[in-house]
Design a protein around this ligand. Structure first.
Ligand code: 6PG
Length: 247
């Protein structure tokens, strides 16, 4: 049964970032109080950067117990850290560089290794989330992120799950390397089962160019091959869309 997402209409990217930062702080506090840890998969792209920068300001930086936060990424480009296209580097410059956290809390996708990065990251997820372990069986096979931050492209993609690609239908692997014809580039991405397995999914979407995709992804006929962000309609947890317009 599809879930019913919460749609939060914001007055531009700044307001969207404040609302998303408040949600981040609240979700982190709940997770830390329950299990002394908070796992978040950061989104790539530009929209979340103002959120990341806001979280590093005096107004927010003291409101999260950062030592308890484990940072992952929803996807990564196949470039080295430091490359301008690197989602890790964008988040590091905007937020992580300002935090005092153990190095082991940063779980970077090693995009520079190409396909191999997917296998390595999948192993890292299995180890960190103790997948397949624990009694009584069946032990969890899918990681449960406390928060999955996602963007959406004007074509309805999310993470690096692009329209018409095999990633849309992937239901076994946790992480995969995908060649995106439109970009003529390889990407590493969490797969639909991992995205849908998060306790909380938060979309951050702004821009006139996304108007049509937004309407289709939230209200349109279920056609995930055309609008991959629709996969979150069948997520386990709560889905919230922070958007810059009424839809
Ligand atoms: C990426 C992202 C991607 C992004 C959307 C929206 O690596 O680019 O994971 O899914 O969130 O393309 O990007 P903008 O926020 O820049 O519009």
């Amino acid at each position: 049964m599809p879930n019913k997402p919460e749609i939060v209409v914001c007055d531009g990217v700044e307001d969207l970032s404040v609302k998303a930062a408040d949600a981040f702080v609240k979700t982190a506090a709940t997770a830390v109080s329950e299990k002394d840890m908070f796992t978040v998969a950061l989104s790539g792209g530009n929209t979340p950067l103002s959120l990341y920068r806001l979280l590093a300001t005096d107004a927010y930086i003291k409101r999260v117990d950062w030592k308890k936060v484990h940072f992952f990424w929803g996807d990564e480009r196949c470039v080295a850290p430091g490359h301008p296209d690197s989602n890790f580097t964008s988040a590091y410059v905007a937020l992580l560089a300002r935090l005092v956290i153990p190095e082991g809390n940063i779980h970077r996708i090693r995009g520079e290794m190409g396909d191999a990065a997917a296998t390595l990251y999948e192993e890292e997820l299995k180890t960190f989330f103790k997948l397949g372990q624990g009694m009584p069986p069946p032990a969890p096979a899918i990681p449960e992120f406390d928060l999955m931050l996602l963007g959406m492209g004007a074509d309805g993609h999310t993470a690096s799950i692009f329209p018409g690609t095999v990633a849309v239908a992937e239901d076994k692997r946790l992480v995969m390397a995908v060649y995106v014809q439109r970009l003529k580039a390889m990407r590493i991405t969490l797969t639909p089962p991992v995205i849908k397995g998060a306790k909380n999914i938060v979309f951050l979407v702004a821009g006139d160019d996304k108007k049509d995709a937004l309407l289709n992804c939230i209200k349109g006929e279920f056609k995930p091959y055309a609008f991959p962000a629709q996969i979150t309609r069948f997520s386990k947890g709560a889905v919230t869309w922070f958007v810059d317009r009424l839809i």
